[in-house]
Design a protein around this ligand. Structure first.
Ligand code: NAD
Length: 517
């Protein structure tokens, strides 16, 4: 464990080892690993040691996986929603039973502390629980007697083979956002997880088969751009759900849509927390410590900007944060009692550290410098301590760009209107929060802020599974959000039937537009 006062740096990583164990793909209900693959290396971020090789699927391998899923689709898609729900209920039990195992896989490859990894699995599990209600969620509408002897009803049908492409920062929860509704709705699903921490999704897919899910319905292919491009362009894939950085989200949206697919594509973020002068400052400090530094800031809903209204608010907040950061427990992800683990890779740590240098060059005031943190016995781990900048301005790159690490920027605003305008002018619009005791300010903020997910005295307002998750502006492309009813809509086609049956059919043709008079 380290505190912010210990100095040294830790960045080195072992080079790829050919003898490392391989993380298999999961296709047709079994683990597979084709000979002659290209490979990536998966590291343990707490130690910097190379732990596994991950195969990077070729176009041909992904095409085989699609063929497999297509063959499995008719039976699963044709099963009654109740039968699919029964599989999901058993699946839910297995995930809960294997919670510690799954959280351990996440902790070892992502680097988030074990308790946080458990929280991730729990939040993902809630989407599976929501999907267990699929017989109700897929119900259509029915109108009896819309005209003479005519009834009208709508029904939802699965799309076929659909794909999910996910980021490193939530290797269990984000795939669960996608596969739970996709499978519940009767689709066959191919997941391309992040190549940085791919083990947990494979284990989850295995549990689906153990729960009675048919082989070929839930598949995992590991890979890089080649496998993603295959999923985006193959005509047998009906829909693509993506979560990751904004440049790739934009590319995925444009490419998959150009190939005629339905696409939901979530991107990056720069989430603001507005601190009004009347806020409970103990509450604000607690909230910011968790929201800025939890999971080493590698959350799309992390708070990376605190907008303080009034200089006195800023000065008070900085004093409180400095004291709290000094006691923040930074250490290996599996060690008991840690609050913040390492960053995911040596490259990502170097990138975040380069933003700290940039902030200094841009003239922001570096109040706490996390680069001085090292963890005894884990000198090669990718640790970076909590970092705090004051007097950050809207013109600085450290304000404009997503850093995705434990770096919190304080921007001083004169009043509520300036704080609101800052938030609204930012290119990202994923999450935002306001801390205040004043109901008028809170309500006004909720109504006028141009952001998809809003917290009032709640720092990370991630919607629960029965609501939908999604940002605005450059944080999301496409029409439907993740999970909740949007998830059901995204993974189904709506069909509307007009039926005159059995009697009441008049003879003779009608050439005017049918009306009900
Ligand atoms: P990333 O965009 O680098 O990777 C996401 C996925 O895209 C991975 O599976 C990766 O293999 C693939 N990919 C990467 N480069 C590609 C390319 N050139 N062509 C095709 N595919 C490619 O993102 P990341 O670093 O894994 O994750 C962090 C990012 O995800 C952050 O920007 C974060 O804000 C964002 N994120 C957003 C949300 C949200 O809901 N808005 C949620 C979680 C994470």
């Amino acid at each position: 464990m380290a505190t912010q006062s210990i100095s040294a740096t830790a960045t080195s990583a072992a080079s790829p080892e050919l003898q490392l164990p391989v993380i298999d793909h999961f296709v047709g209900g079994v683990r597979v690993h084709p000979p002659g693959s290209r490979y990536g290396v998966v590291y343990n971020p707490s130690t910097g040691v190379a732990a596994h090789r991950v195969p990077l699927a070729s176009r041909a391998f992904v095409e085989d996986a699609i063929a497999n899923a297509l063959a499995a689709f008719p039976q699963w898609g044709g099963a009654s929603p109740l039968r699919r729900a029964r599989v999901l209920f058993r699946f839910r039990e297995l995930i809960e039973r294997h919670m510690d195992e799954l959280a351990g896989l996440i902790s070892d490859e992502h680097g988030k502390v074990f308790s946080d990894a458990r929280g991730e699995v729990q939040r993902g599990l809630e989407v599976v629980e929501f999907a267990c209600g699929i017989p109700h969620l897929m119900k259509g509408e029915y109108s009896d007697g819309v005209s003479n002897g005519i009834d009208m009803y709508s029904l939802r049908q699965p799309l076929g083979v659909v794909a999910g492409i996910t980021p490193f920062n939530f290797p269990a929860m984000v795939p669960m956002w996608m596969f739970a509704p996709a499978l519940a709705c009767g689709n066959a699903f191919i997941l391309k997880p992040s190549e940085k921490d791919p083990s947990c999704p494979v284990r989850i897919a295995e549990l689906f088969v153990e729960a009675g899910g048919p082989a070929g319905v839930f598949n995992i292919v590991h890979g890089d751009k080649e496998s993603v491009d295959t999923l985006l362009t193959d005509s047998r894939i009906q829909a693509v759900s993506f979560v990751g950085s904004t440049p790739i989200a934009r590319y995925v949206y444009a490419t998959a849509a150009a190939h005629g697919k339905r696409v939901q594509s979530m991107g990056g973020a720069k989430n603001h927390l507005v601190v009004m002068p009347d806020a409970d400052m103990n509450q604000v400090t607690d909230a910011l410590m968790g929201a800025a530094y939890g999971s080493a800031g590698e959350r799309c809903m992390a708070i990376s900007v605190a907008v303080t209204v009034g200089d006195a608010t800023a000065d008070d907040l900085i004093d409180r944060l400095k004291a709290r950061i000094a006691t923040l427990k930074v250490g290996p992800s599996r060690a008991t009692g840690m609050e913040m683990g390492p960053l995911v890779t040596a490259e990502h740590r170097a990138r975040v550290a380069s933003y700290i240098e940039l902030g200094e060059r841009e003239g922001a005031c570096l109040v706490v410098d996390g680069r001085s943190v090292s963890v005894a016995g884990h000198e090669d781990g990718y640790f970076l301590g909590a970092t705090l900048f004051d007097r950050v301005t809207a013109a600085m790159r450290i304000y404009k760009e997503e850093i995705f690490g434990p770096v919190l920027c304080i921007v001083r605003a004169r009043d509520f209107e300036e704080a609101l305008a800052l938030t609204n002018d930012h290119e990202f619009g994923n999450g935002v929060a306001i801390f205040t005791r004043d109901g008028d300010s809170a309500r006004d903020f909720v109504h006028r802020v141009q952001v998809g997910m809003v917290g009032v005295n709640v720092p990370i307002p991630v919607p629960l599974a029965f609501y939908s998750f999604g940002g605005w502006k450059q944080s999301a492309f496409g029409d439907q959000n993740q999970h909740g009813m949007d998830g059901v809509r995204f993974f189904t086609k709506l069909k509307t039937v007009t039926s005159r049956w059995p009697a009441g059919i008049r003879s003779g043709s009608e050439f005017v537009m049918p009306t009900h008079t």
